[in-house]
Write a protein that binds this ligand. Structure first.
Ligand code: ADP
Length: 487
């Protein structure tokens, strides 16, 4: 372990998997290392569980389901509320852990912990409010009732870009509904998941209700298949690439599983001539460069009207040129490292392809070391370029010029993805028209940061389906049992 990780609170730094309330090693004594993306040094090791251990965790989660679902919603809410309190109490240590294993800046890591905790808090309030219905019957002698019941054991597969919040917003509603959870966090960032498990134990979550399985890259496909086909699993919730989402969905079709899929995005960010340019600039910086451009709601195609294109490109270039690149634990850093070398290789290849096809780099453009990349502005981006079609997942702002509202909407919608979209305008009629025409699950109007526990997060098209957060989120973990009672 490096110096950095030792300076973290050892209290939340766990190096074992968490199954049925116990901290366990791999049956085969195998483990894998976690790299700090800034230093490329190993910061910890966690067990590489065997497929038998994954299987037994599902059985134990199923045993726990019988007890957990019988605890009142009010009591489940109390436990979740204690978990939230512990997350807030330990937010500095939890954030430092995210920065160590994911690379994002401490400021962003703290925001992530607060965001994740807000989902646990939100669903602690939803747990006692799971109400059924009495329906009007067509016949006097029949009573029609609807009871909402928890689904059962739910399996979660989560990515590395939000190693803590992504877990909280899936597990929070599942636990509130009375389901039990088996989580496979990303092999890049399992330490944040284990830290959450440690705090859940302290909050009083009973054994087996929340389990964290640490598995290496090579077992991903076997573990994914088992989770999607196991008869005792009722639901799969996945966040990650569309490519892996498709594989999991095909397994789920064999297991007939209820699913939620939060997949890739290709967010348009449209700036109309009436926009407040300063506001658009700060919204774009927040949306584009958060987590070094590695979020699924990051602005991906920045569409700027021809009348304001030159001015906006200049403002963006000035702003981006001043953003310091460095390790996330340096308070001066704005842009941390990319998650790994492969991610930096991909950004290099995307830029090379764009420049070859006529794009112009007006700021940044260079890789720094193995995992760092300068924040970059790319102009004259056209549809034939990979960067136009693919999710960039790096600190590159690609600008596209447009002339009419119809053209902007057409370009924005010309993607198989449909997660987040953004536009800036002060023309009220245009705002109404454009928000209705955008074929995306979420629309930010004059705003670049839209995620909050109170609102439904979810996509359409290749970006998946299902909602996380909000009053709708808990429904994903409940089924409606209809009872017809002849009286
Ligand atoms: P990303 O490119 O953002 O890492 P992935 O879709 O590759 O997105 O990974 C998201 C999550 O899916 C991670 O937890 C990863 O371990 C897991 N994963 C990757 N491949 C598979 C697979 N074949 N089956 C199940 N899970 C997988």
């Amino acid at each position: 372990m490096t110096q950095n990780i030792r300076s973290l609170s050892t209290y939340i730094l766990m190096n074992k998997a968490f199954i049925n309330g116990k901290w366990i090693d791999s049956l085969e004594n195998k483990s894998f290392g976690i790299l700090n993306p800034a230093s490329q040094k190993v910061i910890g090791n966690v067990p590489d569980l065997t497929i038998e251990q994954v299987n037994s965790s599902i059985l134990l989660a199923h045993d726990s389901f019988d007890k957990w679902k019988k605890i009142s919603g009010k009591e489940r809410g109390h436990i979740l509320r204690k978990w939230f309190d512990l997350m807030i109490k330990n937010k500095e240590a939890l954030a430092a852990l995210i920065t160590q294993e994911n690379g994002k800046t401490m400021k962003e890591s703290l925001t992530e912990i607060e965001l994740g905790a807000s989902y646990i808090e939100w669903f602690s309030g939803e747990a006692p409010r799971i109400n059924g219905d009495i329906l009007t019957s067509p016949k006097r002698e029949k009573q029609l009732l609807v009871f909402k019941e928890p689904l059962g054991v739910c399996a979660f597969i989560t990515p590395w870009n939000f190693p803590s919040a992504m877990i909280a917003r899936k597990v929070g509603p599942a636990l509130a509904a009375g389901c039990t959870c088996v989580l496979k966090p990303s092999e890049e960032t399992p330490l944040s998941a284990l830290a959450l498990a440690k705090l859940s134990q302290e909050a009083g979550l009973p054994p087996g209700v929340f389990n964290v399985l640490t598995c290496s890259t090579k077992s991903n496909s076997d573990v994914g298949k088992l989770l999607c086909t196991h008869p005792l699993i009722s639901k799969i919730s996945f966040t990650g690439s569309t490519k892996i989402g498709k594989i999991l969905l095909s397994h789920c079709s064999q297991g007939i599983k209820k699913t939620s899929m939060e997949l890739g995005g290709n967010a348009p960010f449209i700036i109309f001539p009436s926009a407040d340019l300063k506001k658009a600039l700060s919204g774009l910086i927040a949306s584009k460069f958060r987590c070094s451009g590695q979020t699924c709601v990051c602005a991906n195609r920045i569409l700027v009207h021809a009348d304001i294109y030159d001015e906006f490109a200049r403002l963006l270039k000035e702003e981006v040129g001043d953003m310091p690149v460095g390790p996330g634990n340096d308070p001066a850093t704005d842009i941390g490292p990319l998650i790994n070398k492969a991610a930096a290789d991909n950004i290099e290849a995307l830029l090379e392809d764009s420049v070859l096809k006529g794009a112009k780099v007006s700021a940044g453009g260079k890789r720094l070391g193995e995992t760092f990349f300068e924040p970059t502005v790319l102009q004259h981006v056209t549809p034939d370029m990979r960067i136009y079609q693919e999710e960039i997942f790096g600190p590159v702002a690609s600008l596209i010029k447009f002339s009419t509202e119809e053209e902007a909407v057409e370009i924005a919608n010309s993607t198989p993805f449909g997660l987040a979209s953004y536009f800036y305008s002060r023309d009220v009629e245009q705002i109404w028209r454009v928000k209705s025409s955008l074929h995306f699950g979420m629309v930010g109007i004059n705003e670049g940061i839209i995620t909050t526990a109170e609102a439904p997060f979810g996509g359409v098209k290749y970006s998946g389906f299902g909602y996380e957060g909000s009053k709708y989120g808990i429904e994903e973990y409940l089924h409606k049992k209809y009872v017809c009672w002849s009286v």
